[in-house]
Structures are given as C-alpha cells and as structure tokens.
Design a protein around this ligand. Structure first.
Ligand code: NAP
Length: 308
C-alpha cells in the first residue's frame, strides 16, 4: 500500500487526509520514486481553498508539486530513453497534485540527479521555487550595479530570486519582517520592513532610485514601484496579475521546467551558491500542521514534508 495526501472537498488544511491506496507502478517511459521529501507551496493552498483557481478539476485530488526521493521502479522502455536512470538513483523532480505520497510516478524527464551534498529537505523543496525565481529574475534582465527590489525576500521564491540577483551583480533590497532581517543581511541583501511607510523606507535605502522589481508579494509592492518611477517593463510580479492591464508590468512565473535546469539549480544549492533554509519539516501524517505553518505566511525559506 501507499499513503497519499488527498482532499475530497475544498477548504483549509482541515480537509487534508492521509489515504492508503494500492501501490502505483511505473508505466512505459516513467519512473517510480520512493519519496523522501516533498515541498509545500502557497499554490497548493490556493487551489485547495477554492474551485475558482482551477475550475475544471475534479475531486478527490492529491497534492504536491515537488519531491525528492529514490527511484525504485523504472517502467518498460524508460531505460533506453534515459540511459542514465536506474533503480537506486537519488533524484528530485516535479509532478502535478501527487508529490505528497510514499510513491510518485512521473515521466522520466521530470527528474534530475540529487547532488549528494544536498539535503533531502532542500532537494524536495526547490523544484518549484527555483524555476519560478530564475524565470522571474531573468524577466527583469538585471545588469551589474543596478538596484533591484525583491518583495517577500524571506519566502521560498524571494530568497532564491534575491540570491540570483546578487549573483547578477545587482544591489538587492528585500522586503521582510524584522525577524528575518539579520538573515537577509548575511546574504548581502538590504532588508526593509514591508507595510505602512514602505515607500519612505525604500527612498531612504535607495536615494538614487530602483531600477527593477521582482515582486513575490502583490499589489502593494507594484503600486509603490510605479509611484517610485520604476519602468513597468522592469517590474515582474508572480502574484499581481491585474498589474498587466493596469500598469503594463510583466508576470513571468514558473513554467517550462526542464530536467537539466533543475539539475543546475540543485547544484547551486548543493554547493552553497544559493542558501535555501528550511523553516519546518513535518512527517506526512502531520500534513495539516505543515500547511497551518505555510498559511501563516511568516517564516524563512521552505516548509517540507519528510518521509521515512
Ligand atoms: N505565478 C507563479 O508562477 C508563482 C509561482 C510560485 C509562487 N507564486 C506565488 O508567489 C508568492 C510567493 O511564493 P513563495 O513560495 O515564495 O511563498 P512563501 O515562501 O510562502 O512566502 C512566505 C513569505 O512571504 C512573506 N510575506 C508575507 N506577507 C508579506 C507581505 N505583505 N509583504 C512582503 N512579504 C510578505 C513572509 O515574510 P516574513 O516572514 O518576513 O513576514 C514569508 O517569508 C505566493 O503568493 C505564491 O502563490 C506564484
């Protein structure tokens, strides 16, 4: 049998259940991964809370978009398609509404090798945020010496994006709660508290202006950036989609995932180029508590389910 996280009605963490199902098996072109860690993302909560997010889905639904684990089955024909994959390989990967389970089945090109120096928790939590952060950072095309504002810089996407922007040679200002300021300062980010008075604090830390914005928080950041005179073409939001019609900003988010890109992002975390702190780990059985922490919206890094 295999345990899966599942919900049969829309709602908060209370609708989540651990359900025992028959063990799934890898079909042609697929691998089965025995999951060791599976990350949580706000998207999971958003689609679970209301059918409005993805109207054509049917329930019950599994949950989870990113995982790390050990390949324990290779489907017929898969070995020839991807000669490098074998039972026993440690991998990380992505899936749709299914990663939070003892076993996940995915096409063989949805996994990448897990560097041995990468913890299971970090490997299980970087698939979605790494891809999103890289695409949103590239969307604002930073050049060395430019000043960029990254909102929600202590969150999963924001932390990743802030460090990619630093690697591009940018001066990075990050919004976060006071509790996370020392950590961000340690990375080289200039931390600023979000909320009332943000625009004045930004003027104080960036008297010569802000060149670009990587927004992971929403409307407040975008409207302040517009008021500060940032070119809308250099503002990218992964949350405030109305900003496209209203201000002409861009909204490049996650997508177009490729195994080779995931492998490269995993190496950046494994070699310490990108720090991905783990804010909490929970056993699968405590998935409701894990999402209660996620839904609190205030923590540093990633929350991950870990499996034996
Ligand atoms: N469009 C896409 O493709 C895409 C992809 C991934 C994520 N997203 C969305 O992007 C957002 C960020 O994702 P994530 O995974 O990084 O989320 P996350 O890790 O859950 O974000 C948590 C962080 O948000 C910060 N935060 C909370 N309220 C804030 C505010 N008003 N202003 C600034 N920061 C605030 C918190 O900072 P403190 O602890 O310092 O308070 C916390 O560190 C979510 O809404 C998610 O759904 C979109």
């Amino acid at each position: 049998m295999s345990r899966i996280v599942q919900y049969s009605r829309y709602g908060g963490p209370e609708v989540l259940e651990i359900v025992e199902v028959d063990e799934p098996h890898a079909g042609p072109g697929e691998v089965r991964v025995s999951v060791r860690a599976a990350g949580l993302n706000p998207f999971d909560s958003k689609v679970r809370q209301s059918p409005a997010m993805l109207p054509n889905r049917t329930l019950p639904s599994g949950q989870g978009a990113e995982f790390a684990g050990v390949i324990d089955e290779v489907g017929a024909g898969t070995a020839t398609a991807t000669a490098t994959l074998a039972v026993g390989d440690e991998v990380l990967g992505w899936s749709n509404f299914s990663a939070q389970a003892d076993f996940v089945i995915v096409p063989a090109d949805q996994v990448a090798p897990k560097p041995s120096a990468l913890s299971w928790a970090a490997a299980g939590g970087l698939g979605l945020v790494g891809n999103t952060a890289e695409r949103s950072t590239r969307a604002v095309a930073l050049t060395p010496g430019e000043t960029v504002l990254v909102s929600a810089a202590a969150g999963g996407v924001g932390l990743f994006a802030a460090q990619l922007a630093l690697a591009d040679g940018a001066i990075v200002i990050g919004t976060a709660s006071e509790a996370n300021h020392d950590y961000l300062r340690g990375l080289g980010v200039i931390p600023v508290a979000y909320g009332p008075g943000l625009i004045d604090r930004l003027r104080a830390v960036a008297p010569s202006g802000i060149d670009a914005v990587i927004d992971n928080a929403g409307q407040e950041t975008v409207e302040i950036a517009i008021e500060l005179g940032v070119d809308p073409k250099r503002i990218n939001s992964i949350v405030y989609f109305d900003g496209v019609a209203k201000y002409g900003i861009s909204t490049v988010g996650g997508g177009g995932k490729k195994s080779a890109d995931l492998a490269r992002l995993a190496r950046l975390v494994a070699d310490g180029s990108i720090a991905l702190p783990i804010a909490g780990t929970y056993p699968l059985a405590e998935v409701r508590a894990a999402y209660q922490q996620l839904d609190s919206r205030h923590f540093l890094g990633k929350i991950v389910l870990t499996l034996p």
